[in-house]
Design a protein around this ligand. Structure first.
Ligand code: SAM
Length: 200
């Protein structure tokens, strides 16, 4: 019972912590509200055909998407959360004690994954504020991610914008296809979910 109460208290801290960190670091967090459960659900739907069970989430924040990944079938031991902000990373570790949490920049994913000899990765989902990053940084995040994603796997990214969060020319130069999978209206603001895969 005490453990359940502790979990509830930790979860209740989430929105306040998210708000505080986004006021402190608006260019990194880039949102005042965590994603709605519908975003996490749509992202889970987009990865059902992944070739390996392990999933990495980039920019996990307070775990709004992580929670939905787990609720919709990703096993805790098949999930790794990557978050740059140490306060948010600590909160993730307390909220999801059974999940692997890396407090690290997403652009270093492939080196860190090789160092820790991580398992095959079927899919990466990301709520990073991609379009606010400079192009070389988007390039290194995508390159690093596809060094880790198994053949046949996918990278799923959300965006508040109309256009592809990874510039289409950049995706093409990296040998990737880009497809807008769906719009999630039940989010503030509404979000689009894009899927990137290796071209045949
Ligand atoms: C828009 S918030 C999304 C938070 C949460 N996943 C959600 O959907 O509510 C973006 C998150 O990405 C994190 N972030 C920003 N740049 C990052 C980077 N280079 N590497 C890892 N995480 C990063 C921020 O700290 C923030 O928690």
């Amino acid at each position: 019972m005490n453990e359940q109460l502790e979990q509830l208290a930790t979860r209740a801290q989430g929105p306040l912590l998210f708000w505080g960190r986004s006021l402190r670091n608006p260019r990194q967090i880039c949102s005042l509200f965590p994603s709605s459960p519908f975003v996490g659900r749509a992202m889970t739907d987009a990865i059902v055909s992944r070739p390996a069970p392990h999933v990495i989430e980039l920019g996990a924040g307070t775990g709004a998407v992580s929670r939905q990944l787990i609720r919709n079938g990703v096993r805790e031991d098949n999930l790794t959360l990557v978050e740059l902000d140490p306060a948010l990373g600590g909160h993730l570790r307390r909220s999801f004690p059974g999940v692997d949490v890396m407090i690290a920049p997403a652009q270093q994913l492939s080196e860190l994954w090789a160092e820790r000899q991580g398992p095959d990765v079927g899919a990466i989902v990301s709520t990073l504020p991609m379009r606010l990053f400079p192009k070389p940084m988007i390039r290194s995040i995508m390159k690093s991610s596809f060094q880790v994603i198994a053949p046949g796997g996918m990278f799923v990214q959300f965006t508040y914008r109309e256009s592809s969060p990874v510039p289409l020319r950049l995706a093409k130069a990296l040998g990737l296809t880009a497809q807008r999978r769906c719009l999630v209206w039940a989010n503030l603001p509404p979000a689009a979910i894009w899927v990137y895969e290796r071209a045949e």
